[in-house]
Design a binder for this molecule. Sequence first.
Ligand code: 13P
Ligand code: G3H
Ligand code: ZN
Ligand code: ZN
Length: 311
Amino acid sequence: MYVSTKEILNKASKEFYAVPAFNINNLEFLMKIIEGAVEKNAPVIIETSEGAIKYAGNGDIYRGARLFVKMVREFAETVNIPIALHLDHGKHMEFIAAAIRAGYSSVMIDASHEPFKENLKITKEVVKWAHASGISVEAELGQLAGIEDNVSAEKNVLIDPEEAKIFVEETGVDFLAPAIGTSHGAFKFKGEAKLDFERLKRVKELTGIPLVLHGASSVPEKYVKLAEEFEANLGGAKGVPAEEIKKCVKLGINKVNTDTDLRIAFVAGLRKHLKENPKEFDPRKYFKEGMNFVKEVVMDRLEFLGAAGKA
Ligand SMILES: O=C(CO)COP(=O)(O)O
Ligand SMILES: O=C[C@H](O)COP(=O)(O)O
Ligand SMILES: [Zn+2]
Ligand SMILES: [Zn+2]
């Protein structure tokens, strides 16, 4: 079923589990995410960045957004689990408009790089606009470190829980992504992972809405090692361990954004397959191993986040 993100996340918030939101750019990852979620009988959120939409539309934003809606709906309508499609890190109004018009289930307005008041003002506008079309909205407060495509910040600026309360009340936003120390990409921490759990707890107490953890990939050693065995250079890669994410879920995280783990799993399988099969040139064959690793990551996350069996 193609459903609203709000329906999925309100249930998760009430029952204290989290639903992974997986970033996709193509058909292959989508196929495996759905397959994994069906096998786990779990709800799942598919998300696309602005970059993904541009890529799929070959520069035509409206076309890219329509393609993703058609693709996701086609899968969603033929299976018995709740599936939603979300715009990740919407920073430009054209992308938000394209997603709303194409039929996304929800959008993110990410004005977290702006000063608090400006972020609030922009978010409030988008909420008004999206809600008029029955679409729910995610916003972000504080900033994540790390650099990834158009998502970047020099240093961590963690969320202020008191500001979060005002922000949620005044904007009417449906979900909030609090910056609590994670960052995007494969290189999140120099040493141990350090997250601000106290801050997260306060934000949940003061806002009460479903919260979103960005930069939540775990960067599993299994796939990093395998990719490196086949000539990848991922030295220093480090993610958020599953145990830390589970603590976040206990404190009120209900949506866990995951992109990097799928990318690393896929590239590990792709590198391995190509190296071991130098005569192979059929993409349906040389993508297969990577796709199966993507499915493994998906199923593992659905399980430890508590979404398995919640469809
Ligand atoms: O936050 C994300 C997408 O919005 C993805 O984070 P990762 O890079 O940790 O997978
Ligand atoms: O949060 C960012 C996501 O990982 C998407 O990255 P992207 O802009 O490279 O598609
Ligand atoms: Zn952001
Ligand atoms: Zn993110």
